[in-house]
Design a protein. Sequence first.
Length: 320
Amino acid sequence: MQRLISVLKQDNVDIDLILLIRSILASCKEITFRVSQGELSGVLGSTLTENVQGETQKKLDVITNQMLKDILLSDASVRSIASEEEDEIVIGHEEGIYNVAFDPLDGSSNIDVNGQIGTIFTIYPTLPDEPADSPVQFLQGGRAQLVAGYVLYGPSTLLVMTTGGPTRGFTLDSTHGGFLLTTPEFTIPTATNEYALNMANYPFWNAPYQSFFGHLFVNNQTDKAPVLRWNAAMVGDVHRVITRGGVYFYPGDKRDNMEDGKLRLLYEANPMAWLVENAGGTAYDETQAILDIPPQSLHQRTPVLLGSSDVVKEIATYQL
């Protein structure tokens, strides 16, 4: 099996970018250890604070956020950092050529029950004419990404990443501490009967979605019954979609402050959309490709509908 660095070199990734990816993954290896220790290392439970999203922070949220910040700020190629857990941009090195955004621990609600969690990251080029602390550095749009990936902490630690070519899968080999190529190229099937969505939100969805999924799950007359999967962690649900097909669906709804959904465009939707597109899938908000959404703010939210292309397009155009 090939090592990650060898694969990146074959893909003609710039050496500075390879070294930055290695820095991010060094933190993810440490996070793997902290997660595996659980209660033994005192990382479970909540803090008394909320993040910028108004969500109660878990202890491990705070720890992983600081770990990623520390290692990225020590890398001279990093000019600016944006985290889902930070109110503002964190300035790195003025001469840096990359901006890094991340969700340090996606699926925080699963931490205390030993469920699926992961780290999502994306790397953008810097805008030399803009100040390092300007939000514009991170408002370039999804198609400006240089790298998108996530690390899933589970029975094995998995890295799924694209640098513009195929979406590839790597597994952490604990014997030598490196990531080895285990899936050279993911290909998402175009059709599916698996759906990852929170049906508890059904009463708040817009009428076309209620109609589509009400028919699908309640009045279905087809021979192949739909299968509902839900991890309450985007990183785990999208990994299933990338691995074997399916649809991940988290729309906006009628509740206050939920019109644009729950997921963040920069930290979650854009990197996942790029990974899905480069694996042959489709990723929409409610009206357009996620990667074509013009970003307006650092913590902007968006509806997300992604996965097997034929079904995603059917849902997106239902009763239009």
